[in-house]
Design a binder for this molecule. Structure first.
Ligand code: FE2
Ligand code: FE2
Length: 316
């Protein structure tokens, strides 16, 4: 397709899907429970920091959460913090008119709540170094955010379907390994929101599959095979993601089993009978990719088990 006919196609599709957005928005507003970040933060254990308040500076032994969860909490928070970048990316894909615009703004407001509650929790409990955190936030936001999937509507919608579920898994597992029930409760609350976001986008991409099966299938395949979590521009992202994977907070196995497979199954991509030409080809490519990913996940798990066993033997 030429650029103009591609644009026409995307605009036409979005117009056709606007009633779906309106319906999904209503459904979201009906089931999303109002909640308040300040109620999830243990303010009574807080005390002043150094600087103008002349309190006590942060040091690592004050942190009561596990070291793995510290890395993950930082990555998760910086990802939530970069919201203006995502808002711009999503608004430029979805536009700001009608139900699309209403959704984008609502979504942004909810994501902001996540950043608020995680930062308040981290600062009050002294879970992470607040100075390093602030410097990392500045650096990360100054780097900005450019979507790897470009500005095409189908790619954008497919990407967020998987990404929201990925953040849900990451938040929930971070809570579990944190060793702090207050942290776990707070992150479970955030994870519940991410699940609703995932459902919104997944239903949208499901409707797109009905309207334009082949093009939507191609977009899904491209997004899945090139998937990158947001946050790759965070300082030390590689090292942090290794820690996160080794701790089982987010790894290839979870990415395959708990993120990609459930969304693809719900969309029924492997059972569809309406794919032809490039759409059918895209599905075959996706099938192959999923097999390779499954094998890579198993390999990763085996290596991780071996490393853990060696470590246990050394310590035993
Ligand atoms: Fe979020
Ligand atoms: Fe979300």
């Amino acid at each position: 397709m030429s650029v103009t006919s591609e644009n026409k196609f995307q605009t036409g599709l979005m117009l056709e899907l606007e009633p779906v957005v309106a319906k999904e928005l209503d459904r979201h507003l009906a089931i999303a429970k109002e909640w308040f970040p300040h109620q999830y933060v243990p303010w009574s254990i807080g005390r002043d920091y150094d600087g103008p308040m002349e309190g006590e500076a942060w040091s690592v032994e004050q942190s009561q959460v596990s070291p793995e969860s510290r890395d993950s909490l930082i990555v998760n928070l910086l990802t939530e913090d970069n919201l203006p970048g995502y808002h711009r990316a999503i608004a430029s894909v979805f536009g700001r008119d009608g139900a699309w615009g209403t959704w984008v703004n609502r979504w942004t407001a909810e994501e902001n709540r996540h950043g608020i509650v995680i930062r308040d929790y981290l600062t009050v409990t002294r879970a992470v170094d607040p100075i390093a955190l602030e410097r990392a936030r500045m650096h990360h936001m100054e780097a900005g955010y450019e979507a790897t999937h470009g500005t095409e509507f189908l790619h954008g919608a497919a990407y967020v379907s998987f990404q929201e579920l990925a953040t849900r898994v990451a938040h929930r597992n971070t809570g579990k390994v944190s060793g702090d029930p207050v942290c776990e409760r707070m992150l479970s609350r955030v994870a519940a929101d991410e699940n609703l976001h995932m459902i919104f986008y997944r239903n949208l991409i499901g409707a797109a599959l009905e309207v334009a099966p082949n093009e939507t299938m191609r977009a899904i395949t491209e997004v899945v095979t090139q998937f990158e979590m947001p946050g790759t521009s965070i300082d030390g992202f590689m090292r942090k993601s290794v820690v996160i994977a080794n701790a089982g907070i987010y790894d290839l196995r979870l990415h395959h089993d708990d993120v990609l497979v459930p969304v693809l199954r719900k969309l029924g991509v492997f059972d569809r009978t309406d794919l032809t030409g490039d759409g059918a080809k895209a599905r075959d490519e996706l099938g192959q990719f999923m097999e390779q990913l499954d094998a890579a996940a198993t390999k990763f798990e085996t290596r991780r088990e071996e490393r853990r066993a060696r470590k246990a033997a050394r310590q035993g």
